[in-house]
Design a protein around this ligand. Structure first.
Ligand code: GUN
Length: 288
């Protein structure tokens, strides 16, 4: 079987072109969408993610603010910054880069975000709306995966989707989105006994376990669609996904590469959520 490699960079580029048009329409009404990214401490991967997010904002004409707090910042200071951003009419989206340094409660911090500016979709109200089937903001990575699936015209209804990973950021919302589209969904994690017995039932397999090359070709059904959400830095400095990409060629019908698959889609969805937030705020006659 010929395996088609899904080009996330190309699809994200198309989506960004659409966003540039929406940003221009907002500009004609005197509105510029704004995103604030709060980063606490110096987590090496976070630094790269945040830099990429800020650069992407500039490329589609968004206003952006990068707020850096030291790793030993106290929670009160962080919560005060969030409350100030909640009131700031230039800001339509607020993102707190995770993970936070130990000692800071992600739960309390996410709780402090104005739900109408929570472009990551991590506030409990937004998670609840997604679970109820009427989402306001959908977390960027699983939303990006759904856009890839849509763009590739992969049918979801009636298919068996298996999600490996149970995080609030990817695994749980991913499963909910696939469920909403009519898939039969199984949720596993890296410790599921005989993981291969589960993954080999998948028509659509999404892997977000944070373990390099956890899933190999012997664990998938020939013809399955394989979406790799993992980005792992190996000892030799190279990047690897959670899926053994090389071994999948000839087995999967389609696969996302790492890098260049899901990653660029995540950033495009963050921009999309911020633009959507600004559109909602302007339609309701002011800041959100
Ligand atoms: N850390 C890893 N992924 C994400 C994400 O999508 N959003 C935030 N805020 N932090 C992350």
């Amino acid at each position: 079987m010929q395996t088609r490699i899904i080009d996330g960079n190309a699809i994200a580029r198309e989506l960004r072109a659409g966003l540039i048009r929406r940003v221009a329409a907002l500009a004609a009404m005197g509105v510029r969408p704004g995103l604030a990214v709060l980063q606490v401490g110096n987590h090496p991967a976070s630094k790269i993610y945040v830099r990429n997010k800020m650069k992407a904002c500039g490329e589609v004409g968004l206003y952006s603010e990068h707020i850096e707090l030291p790793a030993d910042a106290d929670e009160w200071t962080l919560l005060e910054r969030i409350r100030t951003l909640n009131r700031d009419s230039r800001i339509h989206g607020i993102l707190v880069q995770l993970p936070l340094p130990t000692g800071l409660s992600a739960e309390r911090v996410l709780d402090a975000l104005a739900p109408a500016k929570d472009v990551d979709g991590f506030h409990p109200i937004n998670m609840g709306l997604l679970a109820a089937g009427s989402p306001r903001f959908v977390p960027c990575t699983p939303l990006g995966v759904m856009k890839l699936i849509e763009h590739e015209e992969i049918g979801v209804q009636g298919r068996h989707a298996v999600v490996v990973g149970r995080s609030n950021i990817v695994g749980k919302p991913m499963a909910l989105l696939l469920l909403q589209k009519g898939a039969t969904v199984t949720i596993c994690n890296s410790r599921t006994p005989d993981l291969g017995a589960m993954t080999s039932q998948a028509d659509i397999l999404v892997v977000a376990a944070g373990r390099p090359r956890l899933v190999t070709a012997g664990m998938v059904k020939p013809g399955a669609v394989v979406i790799d959400v993992g980005i792992n830095r190996l000892a030799d400095g190279k990047l690897a996904g959670d899926v053994d990409f090389q071994s999948m060629l000839g087995t999967a019908s389609r696969i996302t590469p790492v890098p260049g698959g899901v990653g660029p889609m995540t950033i495009a969805m963050l921009l999309e959520n911020t633009v959507m937030s600004a559109e909602r705020a302007s339609a309701s006659g002011g800041s959100s």
